[in-house]
Design a binder for this molecule. Structure first.
Ligand SMILES: [Mg+2]
Length: 309
């Protein structure tokens, strides 16, 4: 049975990785915009679409007790704000849903082959926690929750990878065991090749220096597609699983690229493994909507515990 500490650690870790990664994301223009809008009137760090959509998934699960794609689509569309840093494709898609299109039609009108961005994966940690005790249901739930906006097989596979890794970390697995569980659940390329490399890096002894940020960026990626970010986030979370949380975020920031989403996914896995008590109060106290995140996490845990009983 997963504890409240685990649920809170996962959601708050995700939000911290997102909110503290966002100022480092993208090019000079994106960083300038975020410097202007990245804090609330009260001086708290704002989170981006990664956390907003994770809250949407969590609140939909609470309302329905399972993954309901039509409800997810409505919540994603209602939660959309340009100032949360949604990608241009996601923005178009969500506006079409808000205008009355079905998610299936909106989705394919923007991405004829489905999107393989990391937007399905970034909100998948919540799915991993909710289905941690039901591995068969987890894979399908992750796919369906991603499909609403990310219908390409690679977009769905990224969500399966991150949900599986979060579940395994929450259940106490570490290092190579988590990477191998992810590889068993996600058999597409280039995920397989990248997972094999990440596993080798995690398994290597201290005799060799760990890979530099340049090497991680080059071999695992730092981009906005699922293949260029999901294994990166998994690797970072596992490499720093016994280190202080800020060390993880500093390494993720050093990769540049899609720092908020890689930070969100890595932060969620780290938080699921270590619990909310492991997260730094100095960052939590500066995070917007901390109480709402903790409350949603606690209610999800209660629902899962009641279901298991
Ligand atoms: Mg974002």
């Amino acid at each position: 049975m997963l504890t409240r500490q685990t649920f809170e650690g996962c959601l708050l870790g995700l939000a911290l990785g997102d909110a503290f990664g966002a100022p480092h994301e993208g090019g000079p223009l994106e960083r300038l915009v975020w410097r202007l809008i990245g804090t609330t009137r009260h001086g708290e760090r704002r989170f981006t679409d990664d956390t907003q959509m994770s809250l949407d998934v969590a609140e939909s699960l609470l309302a329905h007790g399972g993954v309901e794609p039509d409800d997810l689509a409505r919540r994603f569309a209602a939660g959309y704000r340009w100032s949360r840093g949604y990608g241009p494709g996601a923005a178009r898609l969500l506006k079409r849903i808000a205008g009355g299109a079905t998610w299936q039609a909106a989705n394919r009108s923007v991405y004829p082959d489905g999107s393989f961005g990391n937007g399905g994966a970034m909100r998948a940690p919540v799915i991993g926690l909710f289905f941690a005790d039901r591995p068969e249901a987890l894979v399908e739930a992750a796919r369906v929750s991603a499909r609403v906006t990310h219908a390409h097989p690679l977009g769905e596979a990224g969500a399966v990878l991150i949900a599986t890794a979060t579940a395994r970390a929450a259940l106490g697995a570490r290092g190579v065991a988590v990477a191998e569980a992810a590889a068993a659940a996600c058999d597409l390329e280039p995920f397989q090749t990248r997972l094999a490399l990440a596993r080798d890096w995690l398994a290597s002894t201290t005799a060799t220096a760990p890979p530099t940020p340049d090497a991680v960026r080059q071999h695992l990626g730092n981009g906005i597609s699922a293949p260029a970010s999901c294994v990166t986030a998994l690797y970072c979370a596992l490499r720093f699983i016994d280190a202080p949380f800020p060390d993880l975020l500093a390494f993720v920031a050093s990769l540049r690229g899609d720092v908020d989403t890689i930070g969100a996914m890595a932060g969620a896995i780290w938080g699921a493994a270590n619990g909310a008590a492991g997260l730094p109060e100095s960052q939590l106290s500066r995070l917007e909507q901390r109480e709402r995140l903790a409350s949603v996490a606690a209610r999800l845990q209660t629902m899962c515990a009641a279901r298991g009983a």
